[in-house]
Write a protein that binds this ligand. Structure first.
Ligand code: B16
Ligand code: MG
Length: 223
């Protein structure tokens, strides 16, 4: 079966803007309060993982066990720090070429939506000046299960009423690519992380260097 390109779903953090360092700063600060130093290597494993999933991993690495009330308190603290980190995000923080790629989709009448694991996605997409571009948004507040579960993308596809096999999910995280594959989507890695290609149908590393025609050609080559 050859695939076509009917629709796109964009992850947010790492695909349309880069907030990974801001998450890292906030998690590292929380880790330090627990007597644990979060390294940048370990932080990579948190990419795309939900807030609760990230805290569980940090607690495991720190060798700590906490009850649900305490965990909620820590997640709230981390999020307060993170919210102050994203306070000054603006249009300047769109990844270069992202808006121009959306323009190409618009010109070709290809619908697109947002599928983010972040509970802050609606705030962030507004701050970076792209909220008006997205008619369909599903984020961490809309789902029960975080990536690598495909729920976020399946929910977006159902809102968009698109053909899943012909819908691209653009993702910068391994967890997100696994979710996209599980859901039956075309999984396109975004970024330079060498691990992406193990899970993606293909990988691109910049919006500026990528045209819609190239994407269509790569989609047509998928077996
Ligand atoms: P929040 P995405 C994800 O966003 C981030 O990649 C991940 O690092 C973060 O832990 C997760 O959102 C939850 O974020 O604490 O804001 O709810 O990449 O799925 O857009
Ligand atoms: Mg991401």
């Amino acid at each position: 079966m050859s695939r076509g390109l009917d629709a796109c779903i964009f992850d947010l953090d790492g695909v349309l803007t880069d907030t990974a360092d801001l998450h890292f700063k906030s998690w590292r600060r929380l880790g330090r309060e627990l007597g644990y130093e979060l390294s940048s290597e370990k932080n990579r494993e948190l990419k795309g993982v939900s807030r609760a999933g990230s805290l569980d991993l940090i607690l495991k690495w720190a060798g700590r066990e906490l009850d649900d009330g305490e965990k909620q308190r820590l997640m709230d603290r981390k999020n307060q720090w993170y919210l102050s980190e994203i306070e000054n995000l603006g249009e300047k923080d769109q990844l270069p070429g992202a808006a121009a790629f959306l323009d190409q989709l618009d010109r070709n009448n290809i619908p697109y939506g947002l599928g983010s694991g972040s509970k802050n996605a609606r705030t962030i997409v507004k701050k970076i000046g792209l909220a008006h571009r997205f008619n369909w948004v599903v984020d961490g507040t809309d789902v029960q299960k975080g990536k690598p579960d495909p729920e976020v993308f399946l929910k977006a596809a159902s809102l968009m009423d698109c053909e899943i096999a012909n819908t691209i999910v653009f993702e910068d995280s391994v967890a997100g690519l696994i979710a996209a594959r599980k859901g039956g989507f075309i999984a396109v890695g975004f970024g330079t992380d060498a691990n992406l290609s193990d899970h993606a149908h293909f990988v691109i590393d910049s919006w500026e260097k990528t045209s819609l025609d190239e994407i269509r050609a790569l989609v047509a080559e998928i077996n």
